[in-house]
Write a protein that binds this ligand. Structure first.
Ligand code: PGA
Length: 255
């Protein structure tokens, strides 16, 4: 199974989101080995979900939210909890670099969000990745494995086995610079052996994705890497031609 995730970030009004979904529905065929998850802004999820349910194949698109708070309820103005998100979606992005950078999210907060997601039956997509300075200083592995270990703190092997991890080097996000497949293959190996050391055999089931300036012309080179289960797509997911082409790369792997 290949996972192709579309992170729409803070883009699209409800009308635009529904239009996008309909265009994607026209362009993309359901494929049993490709799991598509759309992450619209909170405001449009309800309507997008209605439209998914009314489509010919409601299994073609799955839904996720871009963030949750770690408490289930309470006086936390402006926040959305995992039980609220679960009413509409099955996946949640946790620890995206934009949340780490612009909203000061640290590993401890991220670990609590991971627990909250799992407690409420949402599949978390834990994002990890080094920034440009760390990359240039050859600290990528150390940084990434620390984010991974801290983000998974307090989870059991049974909980970890069902999560998704997205390796997204910060210097590659929205920049047009992307990781070389060779470089990525090394990082994937390092991440996989780290979770294996921590959680043993069950951790082999963890899904591991790449994200960072994914486009139709580089998607296949990542999808072919051993241990890479899919892609988390940002900018290119805002254009239905481009996103459909990326999905096609995943579908074609099977042919
Ligand atoms: P990008 O974003 O594809 O625009 O680089 C990826 C992400 O932020 O998940």
């Amino acid at each position: 199974m290949r996972y192709i995730l579309a992170n729409w970030k803070m883009h699209f009004t409800t009308m635009q989101a529904v239009t996008m979904l309909n265009r994607l529905d026209d362009k993309i065929d359901y494929h049993k080995n490709v799991l598509l998850v759309l992450f619209p802004p909170f405001t449009s999820i309800d309507r997008v979900k209605d439209h998914i349910l009314s489509q010919k194949n409601p299994k073609k698109f799955n839904l996720g939210v871009q963030n949750i708070y770690f408490e289930d309820e309470g006086a936390f103005t402006g926040e959305i909890s995992a039980p609220m998100a679960k009413e509409l979606a099955d996946y949640v992005i946790i620890g995206h670099s934009e949340r780490r950078i612009y909203f000061n999210e640290n590993d401890q907060l991220i670990a609590k969000k991971m627990q909250s997601a799992i407690r409420n039956d949402l599949t978390p997509v834990l994002c990890i990745g080094e920034n440009a300075t760390q990359h240039t200083a050859s600290h990528a592995k150390r940084v990434v494995l620390a984010q991974l270990t801290n983000g998974l703190a307090n989870l059991t092997a049974d909980e970890v086995k069902d999560i998704i991890i997205a390796y997204e080097p910060v210097w590659a996000i929205g920049t047009g610079k992307f990781a070389e497949p060779d470089e990525l293959a090394h990082m994937i190996k390092d991440i996989r052996s780290c979770i294996y050391d921590l959680y043993g055999e069950k951790a082999k089931q963890v899904k591991l994705l790449y994200g960072g300036s994914v486009e139709a012309d580089n998607a296949s080179s990542y999808l072919k890497i051993k241990g890479c289960d899919g892609l988390l797509v940002g900018s290119a997911s805002l254009n239905y031609h481009k996103f459909a082409k990326i999905v096609e790369c995943a579908t074609n792997l099977d042919l």
